[in-house]
Design a binder for this molecule. Sequence first.
Ligand code: CA
Length: 253
Amino acid sequence: MLLFQPGSSIIISKPRVEGEVAERSVLVVEDEENLLEALRYNLEREGYLVHTATDGGEGLEMARKVKPSLVLLDIMLPTLDGFEICRILRRESEVPILILTAKGEEVDRVVGLELGADDYITKPFSIRELVARVRNILRRTRHLEESHLSAGQQQHFRMGALEINLNSHEARLAGQPLNLKPKEFDLLALLVSNKGRAFTRDQILEKVWGYNYIGQTRTVDVYISWLRDKLQADPTTATSIVTIRGVGYRLDG
Ligand code: CA
C-alpha cells in the first residue's frame, strides 16, 4: 500500500498480517494538538480508523457514538478528566482503555487498574512503543473474542454455586451477579474454563493482560485476592482458587 505524507516522498508501509487490524478503530482523547496529530498520523499509517476528541466531554460522547475498538485517553483534559471518563466508560462497556499520563501525574498502577484501564504509558513516550501497545491490546482482545466465540467451545460453566457465561459475560454466585471488573471476569473465565489446571503468574499476565503488559506479576496477586473475596461472599460455594507455592494459581471446585 502506498501512503503520501504531506511535503515528503512516498512512504511504503510495511506489510501487515491480513485482516489483523481491519476495521479496528481507535479513539484518541488528547488536548495537546501536536501529540493528537502525531498519534492520528501514526495510527492511520498502521491501518486503524482514527477518531479524535480534544476535550473530555466530547471524548465521552464520541466513545458512545463510534464504539471504538480501543480508547487512548489523556488524564488532564478540559471539561471532564481522564479518570472520570475511564470510570464512566467502564460502567458502560468493555472497550480497552490505554491511559496517557504526563510525568508528575503518575497514576499508581493499582489505582489505574481499579479504574478498569488496560494499560498506561507515561509521557513523553515513543510513538513506536505506543503503537506496539495498541497493537498488542487489540490482538489480545481479538484472541479473547475468538476464543470465546469459537464454534463448539463450551460457553457456560457451572461449579457449585458459581455460574459463568462467556457469551453474555455474566458471572453469578448462588444466583447473584458477581459484579466483576472486566479483568476479574477474564481471569475467572480463564481459571474456570481450565478447571484444575495450574497457571503461573506470567502465564496469567500473558493470557489476561497481554504478553507485553507492563504490570508486574503482583498485579495477578491483587486480582486473585479480589476474586477470592468475591467468591467467598457465599460460604456454601465449594469453588476456591488454590495458591501453588512457587508456581501460581489453580481453580478447584
Ligand atoms: Ca492533557
